[in-house]
Design a protein around this ligand. Sequence first.
Ligand code: BG6
Length: 502
Amino acid sequence: MNITPQQIRQLPESCTLVIFGATGDLTHRKLIPALYNLAVEGALPAGLNVVGFARREKSNEEFRDELKITTQKFSRSPLNEEIWNRFAQSISYHRSEFHDLNGYCRLVEQLGKNDVLSKSTENRLFYLAVAPDQVETILHNLKESGLNFPREGSWARVIIEKPFGVDLKTAHHLNKLVHGVFPEKETYRIDHYLGKETAQNIMVLRFANSIFESLWNSKHIHHVQITAAEPLGVEGRAGYYDKAGALRDMVQNHLLQLLTLMAMEPPMSMSADAIRDEKVKVLKSLRPLKGKDVFKNVVRAQYDEGTINGQALSAYRSEQGVAPQSTTESYVALQIAIDNWRWAGVPFFVRAGKRMPHAGTEIAITFNAVPPVLFNTLGHTLDQNVLVIRIQPNEGISLGMSAKTPGSTLRIEPVKMNFCYGTSFQKQNPEAYERLLLDAMSGDATLFARSDEVEAAWAFVDGIEEAWLQESDDLCFYKSGTSGPDKADDLISSCGASWRKL
Ligand code: BG6
């Protein structure tokens, strides 16, 4: 059965979405295509206004034309002229410098006029799709112009893109700033991995099926691997990436989020806070990695020259904008311990890498081996059962098992039970930003990171970054197109396992 968004949720109330950084990449590649696809599904609130706020001079028409071209390119569904034209009517452009308070005061007037014209409410959603150093200025001016303070009965919310700080101190400072302008319940920190359909399914898999939960603990699980591999390199983002590296870019947010969903206790309810309370508990139970422990449990590496699909690729240090002696990691692998009742003794191996041979994000849960009697004998070691949650691509879940091959002799081979979203539901998965935008309009913060969650994740990551700052000779290198350094293999082999093949 196909379930459309309308069947499972009511359309959000009408509102105005103001996008700061409206001429940037994120708006063109993700936000507008996501809104367009919601328009196709009939899932947008009636009377929605979208206002692009940016510095360049542009008319509404020019802005819409540019967005149409990029939506044609990046939208998951083909552009339908009629739907686009209707949707585009709701888009307007507002030129202003971010630091110019007058621009915000003019925005107040423009929004008031739009509200009257489209019989819309005074609900406001501010999307900060800007570089982190602009966030403070924008928040300040939203407050000064009173845009953060809606008329009674209306709401004002803010969506903030990653990176949310660069360490615990900066994240804490940013949280304080935000809270001076918007209450926590109106603050939506984006982690687009949480909007991925497969990430949302982790809780359903665990808590809507009775067979997994009783096995979901240290008695039955040998180890867990969480991988995010991508063939892409730094892709013109060196200015940001060379300061961040894989640990801050992928692990602090996306992969620790996946880990919390995989490891958390059942929440008391499906409310945003009940779920986030449980996720925070996991983050706070991570055994801190500091000093010498970092070098035993974390491997960092950088890509060298190599080839992917026959294409010769340059080394990270030769990428434009990267410092020639940069020690920034484009790959990181960690062994993480969760010191709580459920997970004591189960190693969680987490790795993220760029310039890997293939793209693949997954959580793989390896169960304990069967006892060494009957079939699992010295001469014939059986594969352990592995439950794989494929976040992307080929979204789905598989369970590896042992089965007897047909015939009169007893031969046992590994086989797979496989669920694929594509074949089971015959429906394209929505893009993460579709779900997240709709949730923010509806006031549902479940799939957004709360302030304490972000800070707990930084507290864990900071210990590693600090150790790396003291010592840099642990950095290793791997050829582009290979699946990381040998040292990462040693890390996982210490628990008698090996990385899953990319
Ligand atoms: C972003 C990182 O948050 O996630 C990028 O900054 C990374 O470096 C990207 O490539 C991966 O996202 P996805 O959805 O393509 O897996």
